[in-house]
Structures are given as structure tokens and as C-alpha cells.
Design a protein around this ligand. Structure first.
Ligand code: ATP
Ligand code: MG
Length: 334
């Protein structure tokens, strides 16, 4: 085995299934990087509490965790090589969170743009203390395994910046125990509506686990060039989500080039462009669906993977907290 370049941490909140936006933004980087780095994938259930602490939301977590692990396995995250774990089951998370909270100011966190959006999206009138601390908790996730690299989407870049600042501050104050984590920022994929990025909460997604018919239906309803009411009107390719998806997921470059040419020339209907897109997407998703089905059939598999991954992360976290307490010089009971 080749020596590893360092450690990788990233993950997701268990708020629903993964979609093509996740794939473009972070999943494909995870799969590419899991051999180069010792990889940790966190299911960040505590982060869901920052906007949805009520019991009804908590009751949905267990099923979402299960689906998320299946999504991971289906895209090729390999639990033999990588660690998949549940955030709330690591007591050191709560512990380090309190210590790191001392190393960042309120105005600094108030400048993180995504937090205000998250609050208003969740219909909250003012900012909960815990939501303001979202990037601090994320910093804990990154620093507990002492990760070097964090593959995430663009909307997470500001959080990684906070993590770097806190890690630097800690190292300067107490001792150099944390690598300064680097973000590996992926591209952003627009949603089916062509209006905003693909997002679970906007209902503009194609899920990795959607079946072939659902994909066909969703593609047929996709937003394209609104000026093009007939097939013989020249269409716009740039910024057109149908062609953005062709570029991202259709490996047949000749087909894509010729479709674009005919679209610009008013020589192809939207239906054909979409049918070809649905075909390409289904060809891309088929092996993912097949792997998912194989894993779904094994009853205890997901639970076993989570249990052993969480144990593995737990011992890493304990080691890190030993270092933290030592360099901070916190008193020990005699
Ligand atoms: P929600 O609607 O609840 O915000 P989401 O679908 O946007 O859900 P997140 O949990 O916010 O998903 O994001 C998980 C990870 O995937 C983050 O690293 C984020 O940057 C990335 N990501 C999410 N949506 C996209 C997208 N459309 N394009 C690229 N990356 C994305
Ligand atoms: Mg989001």
C-alpha cells in the first residue's frame, strides 16, 4: 500500500438522500481521494439540531442516517478503507466544542454568510446560539481526527476558513497539534429549475437513488431556454441546465457537441435533447443503483459499518483529547 498523504474528513447532515449536486460538489472528490488519504466520513446529526431541535425532526434522523450510509456505499465509499461514523456518538465532540468556542468571536461568526440563510430558510426569527456555532462544531469534526483536507461544496468554504483560523489560534496559544485543514472545493450544480443550486429543501433534485422512470419524468419537466416555444427557434446552450447536465454526465462528447450545434441552429426539439439526457443520467446512475440494491439486501450491514466506524473514530478522538488536555495544561485530579 502506498503511504497516505494525510487525513481527510468530510460528511453530511442526515436530512435526506444524496443527489447529483452532492456528487458534483463533493462525492466524486471523496471517491477520488479515499485512496490517497486516510478518510473519515461523518454523519453530522448534531448539526441538524442547529436549525431543527424539535422531537419530530430528531425522530427522522435514524432513517436518514441509514439511507445516507447506503448512498455512501453505492457511490463507492469503501468501509474497509474508510471510516464512516455517527457524530452524536462521539462524546469528545461535545467536549472539544466547548474548548474551541473560546477561540473565536461572535462578530467573526456573524460574518459567515451561510448561517443567516440557514436561519431564514428554517423560518427562525433570530439566530440560535448553536446555529451561530455551526462552523465551530464543524471545526471540531475536522480537528478531532486531525484532518488535513476537507472536500466540500462552495457554500462550505467560509466554514473551512473559520476552521483554519481556530486551528491556527489553538496551535499558537497551546502547541502545534493540529494540521491547518485545507478545503478541496468542488463545483456547484444548478437545480432542475435552473434558478438555484440543486438542494434537498428546494425540491429541484435528482437523487442518486431515483429510479429510471423518476429520472425520465424529472428531466422531461426540466427548465430549458424559456424563449424557445418551438423546436425550430434557435436556442441558448450557455447556462441552460439541460446542457449543463449533458456536460457533467454524458460521456458521449460527440453527441453533446452535435446536440448543442443543432439546438443553436433550431434543428432539434427539447424532447430529444431531454430524452438523450435521461438516457445518459440513467447510464450513470445504473451501477450506483445496483450497488445500493446489493447492500440493501444485507440486513445488518449498515449498522455494523456504523458501529465499527464509530468505534474507530472514538479511539482517534480520545487520542486527540489527550493531546489537547496535555498541551492546554488543564488541571488533572490527583
Ligand atoms: P439543504 O437543502 O438541507 O441545505 P443540500 O442538498 O443543500 O441540503 P447540504 O447538506 O447543505 O445539502 O450539503 C452537503 C454538501 O454537499 C456540502 O459540502 C455542500 O457544499 C454540497 N452541495 C450541496 N448541494 C450542492 C450543489 N447543488 N452543488 C454542489 N455541491 C453541493
Ligand atoms: Mg445546503
Amino acid at each position: 500500500m502506498k503511504p497516505k498523504k494525510g487525513r481527510l474528513l468530510t460528511g453530511d447532515r442526515p436530512t435526506g438522500r444524496l443527489h447529483l449536486g452532492h456528487f458534483v460538489g463533493t462525492l466524486r472528490n471523496r471517491v477520488r481521494m479515499q485512496d490517497e488519504y486516510e478518510s473519515f466520513f461523518i454523519i453530522a446529526d448534531l448539526h441538524t439540531l442547529t436549525t431543527r431541535p424539535e422531537r419530530a425532526a430528531i425522530e427522522e434522523i435514524a432513517e436518514n442516517v441509514h439511507q445516507l450510509v447506503l448512498d455512501y456505499l453505492s457511490i463507492g465509499i469503501d468501509p474497509q478503507r474508510s471510516t464512516i461514523f455517527l457524530q452524536s456518538a462521539i462524546p469528545e465532540t461535545y467536549e472539544l466544542n466547548l474548548l474551541l468556542e473560546m477561540l473565536v468571536t461572535v462578530p467573526r461568526l456573524e460574518r459567515v454568510p451561510s448561517l443567516k440563510n440557514m436561519a431564514s430558510d428554517a423560518g427562525l426569527e433570530s439566530m440560535p446560539f448553536g446555529l451561530l456555532g455551526y462552523p465551530v462544531l464543524q471545526t471540531v469534526d475536522i480537528l478531532l481526527p486531525r484532518a488535513d483536507v476537507v472536500p466540500v461544496g462552495k457554500d462550505n468554504q467560509a466554514h473551512i476558513e473559520v476552521a483554519r483560523e481556530i486551528a491556527r489560534r489553538f496551535n499558537r496559544l497551546y502547541g502545534e497539534i493540529f494540521p491547518i485543514p485545507r478545503g478541496k472545493i468542488g463545483e456547484e450544480l444548478v437545480g432542475l429549475d435552473g434558478q438555484a443550486k440543486m438542494s434537498k429543501s428546494l425540491n429541484n433534485t435528482i437523487f442518486l437513488s431515483d429510479d429510471a422512470e423518476v429520472v425520465m419524468e424529472k428531466v422531461m419537466r426540466m427548465y430549458t431556454d424559456p424563449k424557445r416555444v418551438r423546436a425550430n427557434i434557435p436556442g441558448r446552450v450557455e447556462g441552460n441546465p439541460v446542457f449543463i447536465y449533458h456536460d457533467a454526465f454524458n460521456p458521449d462528447v460527440d453527441e453533446v457537441v452535435s446536440l448543442k450545434q443543432r439546438y443553436r441552429g433550431g434543428q432539434v426539439g427539447d424532447v430529444e435533447v431531454k430524452q438523450r439526457l435521461a438516457r445518459a443520467l440513467n447510464a450513470f446512475l445504473d451501477p450506483i443503483r445496483q450497488r445500493r440494491a446489493t447492500f440493501e439486501e444485507q440486513p445488518q450491514l449498515v449498522e455494523d459499518i456504523l458501529r465499527s466506524g464509530t468505534e474507530r473514530m472514538r479511539s482517534e478522538a480520545q487520542r486527540t483529547m489527550e493531546l489537547v488536555r496535555n498541551v492546554m495544561g488543564l488541571p488533572r485530579l490527583p
